[in-house]
Unconditional design. Sequence first.
Length: 317
Amino acid sequence: MKRCSQDACFADDGEVCCLGTMDRAECPYWSTGGSLSEAPISPSPLSARVSWSGCALGLADLANLTPRGRTLLIGVLGAHDAGKTTLLTGNYLELLRGLQIADARFAGSRTLQAWESLAAWARFDDAARPPSFPPHTPRGTGRIPGLLHLALRGPRGDFRDLLLTDAPGEWFTRWAVQEDAVDADGARWIVRHADAFLVLADCERLAGPQRGPARNAIRQILERLGNHVHGRPTALVWSKADKPPSDTIRDHVRVALRQAIPHATEVECSIRQRQSLIYALEAALRPAWLPPPARSLLEPVLHAEPFSAFRGFHGHS
């Protein structure tokens, strides 16, 4: 058995050839690949599975996704249990109900299995198990976050592949304290590649007995992000807004936001108001979908004398 020599091709695992060759024997990269110690599970010569599994995407999957259109990566930041996964799951469920996000409708997904594994926690389909919040995203050992995918089509037919990061809050807390920490690789990757950011501030913690540490945690994340945002769209999301913190705590967070990211916007969201979950995602998606127009070019005036503006005669003598 042979293995394809292309790193981004997984035809030996039964998926479709990344170059579209249905018969692998006709692909030159397959014939030059190395030998396999075990025979892989392969489809019939003229059939193959799609080139994605439905699970969260990785870097190799992006190589097959980005060529078909513009891709937007939204970095979702926040401390542990701030509501990041709940926010993402809520938007997925609203799309299934036919609602739109930033005037764009659902046009597919390559991570349906990952979405459904999260949405299953919020559905009422078992009387013995009432709906609940999605579980905490495990910290794991991965250096790159799993990416949830949504394909969206705008009102004028414009198409975007939307990628949303679902990463554990411990990554961002660690990154905010020590930027070059070994276990903060995932946070650094998100901040480096994201087109826009959502930073979640946990109102429940900010209003509870842990309000001091919670305030310091969100402030540190904002200050660290402010060093790297470079004008990219950013929104502070007051999650679990049905349990608001005191005005003093809120003002402390707002001061840190204005000092670190002056152009950032604010939005509140709560599961008690499902539409607010869409508003939160739109706060980052709308400005990233249509970037601001380029500034007009101004030709400088180098000389004010009339002779310098002479361009020759255009009439007949």
